[in-house]
Ligand binder design. Structure first.
Ligand SMILES: Cc1ncc(COP(=O)(O)O)c(C=O)c1O
Ligand SMILES: [Zn+2]
Length: 443
């Protein structure tokens, strides 16, 4: 395959997020067969929303569950008309596989691929000649969630949403707070448990309202975001069940398919709700449908032992998360993935992990620390402990002889650490009273 040269990107009038300086030396955008086109053209009509359970289709207003059967809503594209474009900007190249009607106006115009590192040194230690690390630490807020926000915000906007509630362990919220300045008529309410408050990075501005809950877990904050939205007539975007989020997250894998010289056999990622894994697998099916790849990746979902509800449920071959799998107040060094209760997303993830012939694996704090040390020393990348959890899971399986080391592997190093954020004086604090949260009087 020969390299392509990037053509001028779309000239979006709305200023997109600037991205940190980035290395493209490892990037090799492949020439694709008949599907190449020069640039996406305006409005698209190849997007359809549907319920994955009953098949009901939906027009464009924001919905996170089917009103007929409560099933998950997903999006599909008319692959007979979808094209890939000649560009090193993933939002241009893959515009036809994103749920945005007006990509040229609403998606970032100055973003390039993140680096894919052929980890030869680490690979040698592990006996893995084809180990690739996607370095997602290079994004403006330091995590892959910037891809999520870059797609989810225009997605919400096109569905008519201007003000919404969300929650996270810090990274998604930071990405939303960063990207929302490029959509001046939007406003986000961010809900976090107190332990995660300084993980949310934003410059204080009117478009961000930060609500912090005392004595709360991440799941409490997620639920309270829903309650607050209902009370105030706002949209609760519901994380995993926001199609725009999942679709944005598949771009790391899309890029890697262009960047690797060999087809990717394994996709490995640290897992909280597993929206990244889910988006990736769906995206892989789209690339397969477009004949851009010749196989789907096997999926390895990694969690830390102190908060591994999916791994526990999967080990028992359980089709659902049962009460004994849930971790009520999870603790651990991999903070970004401290979701103790993934009840609603797990069944969808289990299905695709089984279908892909992949696996779930949990690792200890010591294994996470060692994996991070190894990738720092061997490849000069310093991921956060959550991102390092993915690598730790791979190393664990390799050492126990449970991994086909000669296959081509992509580990998504999903993010890096940020220093603790200063807490804004505008934060709205809430105290727990029984099972409720009540706003504390302003000091
Ligand atoms: C750095 C990092 N890695 C992995 C994840 C897991 O994300 P997902 O919800 O896709 O499982 C997160 C979630 O916030 C994250 O911030
Ligand atoms: Zn349905």
């Amino acid at each position: 395959m020969t390299n392509t040269v990037a053509t001028p990107e779309n000239t979006a009038p709305a200023a997109p997020p600037a991205i940190a300086p980035n290395i493209l030396s490892h990037t090799r955008v492949r020439t694709q067969r008949a599907t190449l086109a020069q640039s996406p053209t305006g409005k698209k009509s190849l997007i359809e929303h549907y319920c994955v359970h009953c098949g009901k289709t939906f027009s464009s207003s924001y919905q996170t569950a089917c009103d007929h059967c409560n099933g998950m809503i997903d999006v599909r594209y008319d692959l007979s008309r979808a094209r890939l474009y000649v560009s090193t900007n993933p939002y241009v190249r893959f515009a036809d596989l994103l749920p945005i009607q007006d990509p040229a106006r609403l998606l970032p115009s100055n973003v390039v691929y993140s680096p894919l590192i052929h980890a030869q040194s680490l690979g040698k230690l592990l006996g893995m000649p084809d180990l690739y690390l996607k370095n997602e630490t290079v994004h403006p807020t330091g995590t892959t969630k910037d891809r999520m926000a870059a797609v989810a915000l225009p997605y919400l906007w096109e569905q008519g949403v201007r003000e919404f509630c969300t929650s996270s362990t810090g990274n998604s919220s930071s990405s939303y707070a960063y990207a929302i300045t490029h959509h001046p008529d939007m406003r986000v309410h961010i809900f976090t448990a107190q332990d995660f408050a300084d993980r949310v990075w934003y410059t204080d501005h009117e478009q961000v309202v930060h609500h912090v809950l005392r004595d709360a877990s991440f799941v409490d904050a997620f639920n309270f975001a829903g309650v607050y939205a209902k009370q105030h007539g706002l949209i609760s975007e519901r994380g995993f069940f926001n199609v725009g989020r999942r679709e944005g997250l598949k771009l790391a894998y899309f890029e890697a398919c262009d960047q690797t010289p060999k087809p990717i056999d394994w996709y490995i990622q640290a897992t909280s709700s597993a929206m990244g894994v889910f988006g990736t697998y769906k995206g892989a099916k789209e690339l397969l449908g477009l004949k851009q790849i010749d196989r789907l990746p096997k999926l390895l979902c990694a969690q830390q032992e102190s908060c591994a509800p999916m791994v526990r449920a999967a080990a028992e071959n359980s089709e659902e998360i049962r009460p004994e799998h849930i971790v009520a107040m999870p603790q651990g060094i991999a903070q970004a993935i401290l979701r103790g209760d993934p009840t609603r997303t797990y069944p969808y993830i289990r299905k695709i992990v089984l279908e892909s012939k992949g696996a779930f694996a949990a690792v200890s704090e010591a294994q996470i620390r060692e994996a991070r040390r190894m990738v720092e020393e061997c490849e000069g990348i310093s991921p956060c402990f959550s991102a390092a959890t993915a690598l730790a899971a791979l190393i664990k399986l390799v050492r126990t002889g449970n991994f086909p080391t000669k296959e081509t592997v992509m580990v998504n190093l999903t993010g890096s650490d940020r220093p603790p954020a200063p807490l804004s004086a505008r934060i709205r604090w809430y105290n727990r009273i029984g099972n409720e949260f009540v706003q504390a009087p302003a000091c």
